[in-house]
Design a protein. Structure first.
Length: 358
């Protein structure tokens, strides 16, 4: 009997499935041993003791077994380090990195990306308060292996708010980067997904000094825009990730600051010229700024938002390179006040609608 060792990355198909570490006997009795490509799983964490065990267990229970798992502890003051270390002691695939000093959340992610092994083919973040379903890695890797042009793969994710990242045609699993980015820029379905809901090709992670650019909370989406300029986006039409929503989450704080609308403006300002026509760019930027002044800022003024809110928006506008238009702001505030005085019931319904949408 002849034995062939097939190198990592070689795909063997049977009944439309990719078989890894499988023994396949051909007609002449030869056995082929197929090596799975290495996947790096990353969990950057700060004070995540409450949910970290659930996160780690979800990685341990993947049906895909050829992974390395790096947990980056950002000077946690709770039991995070003890929990992570206990798992590392039991499984040699798990490694714990301790930051010598506290850094912000985006920098902690970039430290984690810097730990990706040179032998890693794919990279996946699992946030410390999230978890992934057992088929998550294998299903995402399958799309990557079948399509060399794909550099990012997404999936449906579920939370207490329902199913996220729905909107792509279910009969397709590969889309051009331009399709996905245009959809996002023009206000279509937000299908790129949070880090827990995507898989990256490790080459694109290693090619950047800081894979998540800048310091804004949506740096993960910015990384997708940058990576998809000339490459494709894959999608698994299956719920493969769980995202936890709670008061301690960064996303909750960003919601109070209405930061995500500024992110949309920043994306159009930085990437719109690449993916949109000049007419589309001007129209979309106009729509976003109209809503920003008439709803976000005017509503914040009427509700007496704290100074921290105004400081945040002032700084972000400067970062984006846009002026604060005082005349536009005054007109928006006057219109908002008149609307509240003349149509209190309608204004209340609008507020509820915007709150539900957020």
């Amino acid at each position: 009997m002849t034995i062939f060792v097939i190198p990592a990355g070689t795909s063997i198909r049977r009944n439309q499935q990719i078989l890894s570490f499988a023994q396949l006997v051909n007609g002449e009795g030869a056995i082929m041993i197929v090596a799975e490509p290495l996947v790096t799983v990353l969990t950057p964490v700060y004070n995540g003791a409450k949910y970290l065990s659930v996160c780690v267990e979800s990685v341990l229970h993947q049906d895909y077994k050829h992974w390395e798992y790096i947990i980056v502890n950002n000077c946690s003051s709770d039991a995070t380090l003890d929990i992570a270390s206990s798992y590392a002691e039991k499984d040699p695939r798990i490694r714990v990195i301790n930051n010598p000093k506290f850094v912000d959340v985006i920098e902690n992610h970039n430290i984690a990306f810097g730990c990706v092994s040179k032998d890693s083919r794919y990279c996946k973040v699992v946030s410390a308060d999230d978890w992934i379903y057992p088929e998550c890695i294998s299903r995402m890797v399958q799309v990557m292996e079948e399509h060399a042009s794909v550099v990012i793969v997404g999936c449906y994710s579920i939370s207490s708010a329902g199913v996220w990242y729905v909107g792509l045609p279910p009969d397709r699993s590969v889309f051009t980067g331009s399709e996905v980015c245009r959809m996002h820029l023009l206000g279509g379905p937000l299908v790129m997904g949070a880090p827990t809901a995507v898989l990256y090709r490790s080459d694109i992670v290693r090619s950047e000094g800081r894979f998540f650019p800048g310091s804004a909370p949506s740096a993960d989406i910015a990384a997708c825009y940058r990576s998809l300029r000339h490459c494709d986006f894959g999608f698994v039409h299956q719920i493969l990730a769980f995202q936890r929503i709670h008061d301690e989450a960064l996303s909750d704080e960003q919601g109070r600051l209405r930061a995500y609308h500024l992110d949309r403006i920043a994306f159009v300002a930085e990437y719109g010229r690449h993916f949109l026509t000049n007419e589309e760019y001007d129209r979309r930027m106009g729509e976003l700024l109209d809503f920003y002044y008439s709803d976000v800022l005017a509503s914040a003024f009427v509700k007496r938002a704290p100074q921290s809110f105004w400081n945040y928006h002032k700084d972000r506008l400067e970062q984006i390179g846009l002026p604060f238009e005082r005349g536009r702001f005054r007109r928006a505030v006057i219109h908002k006040i008149v609307d509240l005085l003349c149509n209190p019931k309608q204004a209340l319904e609008k507020a509820r609608s915007h709150l539900n949408a957020s």
